[in-house]
Design a protein around this ligand. Structure first.
Ligand code: B12
Ligand code: SF4
Ligand code: SF4
Length: 378
């Protein structure tokens, strides 16, 4: 056990080196005091911004008190792991309304598994080095305020979209923590660099960022397509566009993401059959195919029913075409799932409302072409 400040400083330096060797891009250390955040966390819960995410209120203020989660905790080691895959195709994918857009964090292997394994390895390494250590890895699922902790540990600042971002790395990264019972030296927080920018607030398709730094989860496309179990409220369906799993818009518009690097982690590279694929192809997956293709992926969690629900909305938002209408009609004839069918009926309505407009446009184009090209016979 290191007992002098010099030993602890050397150990902290080593932890950062080992963390990078395990595949983290940034490792920082903070104390466990989040008392400044408790009132705002309570306000967020009182406003019901968590919607159906009951786990958010289940643990009360434990989320802001790491030593109540693991008694004896003195420090939190926060880690960053970049996930932006090669060849992200953001613009072409968002532009092609016949293709499905899946959040870039979800195109590869489930990050919970990847990060937790590496955090456990880091904990074991520290323990092996110093003999004794109480530690526990956390990634997301656990009730802890990860972003404020990572901010304190110098990994970045919490932006107005409420995500953590870094001057040179942008925000395409996950965070995880190791709670430890060692009085390690702490790092300093970065300064908030958002300034007067409000780009993320303005671009959000569902106006989910209700005030700087505050996201109403119930309006966020990520919540609507991933967390929400039942019907997606009609008011948000058009805004969802072709996003069938999560949303990246507030990060895409953020100027700091111009500096983000792509990930080196093979686990986060995109699976071809999920990336920028035709909606009709993904809609045709049976439950068996869905389970096979989403093995080890975070997408598996939503199950086949919500997968179809989400794609039905995207098909409703796709350019009107006979192919899409036939696909939807066939699915409706063959499905007995009330939730999915309600979304298919909505999609069919959208398609049918838009189809005459398309035909009208085509017709107008033909008439103009005839007038121009065949003036004698026009
Ligand atoms: C619940 C949750 C969600 C919910 C709610 C989002 C939210 N902003 O809270 C939903 C499903 C919508 C969601 C979406 C996404 N998520 Co999420 N999510 C979480 C989770 C599990 C908990 C977050 C939490 O505690 N929220 C509760 C609120 C109260 O926390 P908070 O926003 O920090 O709260 C502060 C502000 O509201 C503020 N506040 C409140 N009122 C007021 C008033 C004023 C005046 C001020 C100044 C401040 C203020 O104070 C609060 C306390 O500090 C974390 C993992 C974790 N355990 O932290 C991942 C996490 C935040 N998600 C993550 C990701 C990647 C996403 C998505 C990008 C996924 C996607 N592409 O679809 C989107 C982004 C949406 C967005 N802009 O936030 C990553 C973020 C990584 C990063 N770089 O920051 C995390 C950290 C997971 C991880 N381990 O990597 N997520
Ligand atoms: S993820 Fe999309 S819907 Fe959610 S806050 Fe960001 S821009 Fe808005
Ligand atoms: S878009 Fe602008 S306001 Fe939003 S997080 Fe990025 S810098 Fe901050």
């Amino acid at each position: 056990m290191p007992d002098t400040q010099t030993d602890l400083n050397a150990l902290a330096n080593n932890i950062k080196i080992w963390g990078k060797e395990f595949g983290f891009q940034h490792v920082g250390i903070s104390d466990i005091n989040l008392s400044d955040h408790e009132a705002n966390l309570q306000k967020w819960l009182d406003n019901n911004y968590h919607g159906e995410m009951d786990y958010m209120e289940r643990h009360g203020m434990k989320r802001a008190r790491p030593d109540e989660l693991l008694p004896g905790t003195l420090r939190v080691i926060s880690v960053r792991m970049d996930y932006l895959p090669e060849d992200a195709q953001f613009a072409s994918n968002l532009e092609n309304k016949n293709a499905a857009y899946i959040s870039r964090y979800a195109l590869g292997r489930d990050y919970h598994k990847v990060l937790r394994k590496k955090l456990k390895q880091l904990g074991d390494k520290i323990k092996a080095e110093i003999g004794e250590l109480g530690f526990r890895p956390f990634v997301d699922s656990a009730p802890i305020l990860e972003r404020p902790l990572a901010e304190k540990a110098g990994l970045g600042w919490v932006g107005k979209h409420s995500l953590l971002l870094d001057k040179s790395a942008g925000s395409w990264f996950f965070i995880g923590e190791l709670l430890v019972d060692l009085p390690l030296p702490v790092d300093t927080a970065q300064e908030n660099q958002c300034g007067s920018c409000v780009a993320c607030i303005k671009i959000c398709p569902t106006q989910a960022i209700v005030a700087p730094y505050v996201v109403d989860g119930r309006r966020c496309i990520s919540y609507l397509t991933i967390e929400l179990q039942g019907a997606i409220p009609v008011e948000f369906r058009k805004a969802i566009g072709n996003r069938i799993y999560g949303c990246d818009d507030c990060q895409l518009i953020c100027p700091w993401n111009r500096f983000a690097e792509t990930t080196q982690e093979t686990d986060y590279q995109a699976r071809d059959f999920l990336h920028n694929q035709p909606l009709t192809t993904l809609f045709a997956w049976s439950e068996e195919t869905f389970l096979k293709n989403t093995e080890g992926s975070p997408i598996r969690r939503i199950g086949h029913q919500r997968w179809l629900r989400n794609i039905a909305i995207a098909l409703g938002n796709a350019p009107a075409s006979i192919e899409v209408i036939t696909t939807l009609q066939d699915a409706l004839n063959n499905s007995e799932d009330a939730l999915v069918n309600e979304h298919i009926r909505w999609a069919l309505d959208q398609q049918q409302q838009n189809l005459p407009i398309n035909i009208d446009r085509l017709n107008k184009r033909l008439i103009n072409a005839v007038k121009k090209g065949l003036p004698r016979d026009a």
